[in-house]
Design a protein around this ligand. Sequence first.
Ligand SMILES: [Mg+2]
Length: 323
Amino acid sequence: MSRPFAVLLAAVYFGISATPVFAQVQTTEVLTDAQLAEATTRPVRIRETTPEFAGVFNQVGEFAKKYGPENVLLVVDLDNTLLAMNQDLGSDQWFSWQEALQNSNPTHPELVAADFGGLLEIQGILFALSRMHPPEPGLPDVVEDLVTRKITTVVLTSRGKEFRDAAERELKRNKYNISPSTLEIHEKRGVFSPYSAEHPGKHGLSAEIIDDLGSPRRVTYSEGIYMTAGQHKGYMLKTLLSRSTKASADKPLAHFKAIVFVDDHQKHVDRMHEAFAGDFIDLATFRYSREDENVEKFNKSTKRHVIREWELLNGFIKTVLVK
Ligand SMILES: [Mg+2]
């Protein structure tokens, strides 16, 4: 999205002075008494798929008009949502391919590592060396507009804590800056265990859910970037919200009245709906499909290019760095 288009959208949805030549089509419906009663007793649930972040922006604006910007939470994924890898090697789709191959055929000759730990180590090397870009031109400007309008914003990624440096570097290089309007939490340490079986209910999750999830892996939250090491994104968000400085025992979702969640994976979208199914909070999810074509092209390819690229890079690493 171009900068002028982002500004125009902002003008429409946040009421700043500009000529509103872009406006949503409004339909006027008269609700029956039963529909009216249901509308006021059931929270909004919206599921959309979009290749345009403008839809997300519009929805945040809708909720902001309804509840006030301070009561709206925007949660955005990192890989293939805010940023996409400049090459296939080390991309989200490359990692998924390697992970699936390890599970289906642990001795496959195209595997870069013998186990998951080894794959993560190589992913770390590739994150450290690679550059990324926003899937849509102008996306950092759109996010900045939301941050400027005090929409609380959190980046929620499945990446583990060991990849924080590379994530922060690429977000900064691409001019994303959400820290002025992100969620403040009580947890003083950057690294923490998201929940504990010994203290069910303390961090927003019931004993039953904790039992289902199993042992937690450690996560980090800092600069508005929440790194959750492949854990259930919906429940990870709940544990984060329960740590908010504005949350309390009877208000584990803090003051928020609406959440907008954006992620390229259907699995994470589904999990967000699962986690908040019983909560009285509006939820709009967007499966962000902007990178779908690139992912599909990679999945259908022979993968020879990434195999060759890794052989070359690994050859240099072995020759130069490991004696
Ligand atoms: Mg993603």
